[in-house]
Ligand binder design. Structure first.
Ligand code: MN
Length: 427
């Protein structure tokens, strides 16, 4: 329990046991903050006023920056010390002198404008859900949906970091080259099949030197924390451009992330075994085999909801489109990270790796609209509108949380974006 009352509410995403990190602005200043209930604890003020005394001087300095990169570079032992100290400052058991010193550094969340939490040098997107890969593969290759490498290699591609935006930023419908199967020549114009992809992001903490891979059992020490990711995708642009080198302009116009990075320490009670491989599947190669797969998975429920412009005008609350779970991934987060660095590729503090669309096996757990095409009818919204893909004015909302019985919910907050119309119909 915390002396910050709102952190004890059963429906908060941010109890004392979570303490996710973000970067916020208010009064024209940008600082690192920690979410607690409906408040944000100003970490710079805590550092300046001697409240982070257990940290070494360079770690205290890292807490005063305008991005999380320096704190990420400090490494997992420093993060644990900081987490322990923050817990002590905010716990109900803190003595009243501490409470009165911390109280002035709490900012109501509604007054905090959230920013990107880190300078993201590089962004990589994976394809780690076998259910997503199979459903999408079926659309193109009904008899042979999974390519032969899928069960051996965590498939991914290098994405675009410059167009990553924080939750709440409007997303402009992209223009691009489109050629439908019935057309003989492509045309250039606004995408007509704009989609979302429900994903989880891994923020890299301490990196690795170029040429030095990261052993699978050490992978997690390099993870600073997790966020939600919406990898917006223009399916019509994608289907024309993706061969032979993979996604390009269909994905690089915007990627939305949630502002709060949930530390791995907060997710400790949510650990579960890695998803079981089907009988007959090959075992992962040795470099991708952790010594303890019993804790490789993370039980995070993930939800997608949508509110159209007309629903908003009629005060109809967003409708849930799907629910999935991070634990269903074929490749675990440590496998993705280790595979990425296995060539000797250097990961750096603040780099972002995303899982790829997270889908489950059953209907209702599809992590993107493309996968719902197999459903008989198009998607019906509560006011009678239908959707095959996103329309202008649609707001897409992702939520994620880990709910272990008897423990407070560890939530991710929201990852939202609203589609606005394309700037032009031709260039
Ligand atoms: Mn993706």
């Amino acid at each position: 329990m915390s002396w910050v009352e709102s952190a004890n509410s059963p429906d908060t995403d941010f109890p004392l046991q979570n303490l996710p990190y973000g970067v916020f602005s208010n009064n024209e200043e940008t600082r690192i903050g920690v979410a607690i209930g409906d408040q944000v604890l100003d970490l710079r003020a805590c550092a300046h006023y001697g409240l982070l005394s257990e940290l070494p001087p360079d770690a205290i300095e890292a807490c005063t920056q305008e991005s999380l990169n320096d704190l990420m570079a400090q490494g997992s032992e420093t993060w644990s010390v900081l987490r322990r100290q923050l817990t002590a400052l905010l716990a109900e058991s803190a003595d009243s002198a501490v409470k009165s010193r911390v109280q002035p550094f709490l900012v109501p969340m509604r007054d905090a404008q959230m920013q990107l939490p880190a300078h993201i040098g590089d962004y990589t997107d994976f394809y780690a859900s076998i259910h997503h890969a199979t459903r999408v593969g079926k659309l193109f290759r009904p008899d042979n949906p999974l390519l032969p490498n899928y069960k051996y290699v965590p498939i991914g591609y290098h994405g675009r970091a410059s167009s990553i935006v924080v939750s709440g930023t409007a997303v402009r419908r992209p223009c691009g080259q489109i050629k439908t199967p019935t057309e003989t020549e492509p045309t250039f114009g606004p995408s007509r099949s704009l989609d979302y992809e429900l994903e989880v992001g891994i923020f890299i903490g301490r990196g690795n030197p170029l040429g030095e891979p990261i052993a699978i059992d050490r992978a997690e020490q390099h993870i600073f924390g997790l966020c939600l990711v919406n990898d917006w995708s223009a399916r019509d642009i994608q289907s024309w451009e993706y061969q032979p080198l993979g996604p390009f302009l269909a994905k690089n116009f915007a990627t939305t992330i949630s502002p709060w990075i949930v530390p791995m320490g907060a997710l400790a009670p949510c650990r579960v075994p890695a998803a079981a491989r089907a009988e007959g599947d090959p075992a992962p190669l040795t470099y991708l085999t952790p010594s303890n797969a019993a804790r490789s998975g993370i039980d995070v429920t993930l939800e997608v909801s949508l509110q159209s412009e007309k629903m908003r005008q009629a005060n109809i609350t967003p409708v849930q489109l799907s629910q999935g779970n991070l634990r269903e991934l074929y490749w675990s987060l440590d496998q993705l990270l280790t595979h990425h660095a296995s060539s000797g590729c250097n990961l750096r503090p603040g780099d972002l790796l995303a899982t790829g669309t997270i889908s489950g096996p059953e209907e209702g757990s599809e992590g993107c609209l493309l996968e719902m095409k197999h459903r008989a009818a198009t998607l019906k919204l509560p006011n009678g509108e239908t959707r095959t893909f996103l329309e202008d004015g649609d707001q897409v909302i992702f939520r994620g949380y880990c709910q272990t019985p008897g423990l407070p919910r560890i939530g991710f907050g929201e990852c939202t974006g609203k589609i606005i119309s394309s700037s032009s119909t031709s260039v």
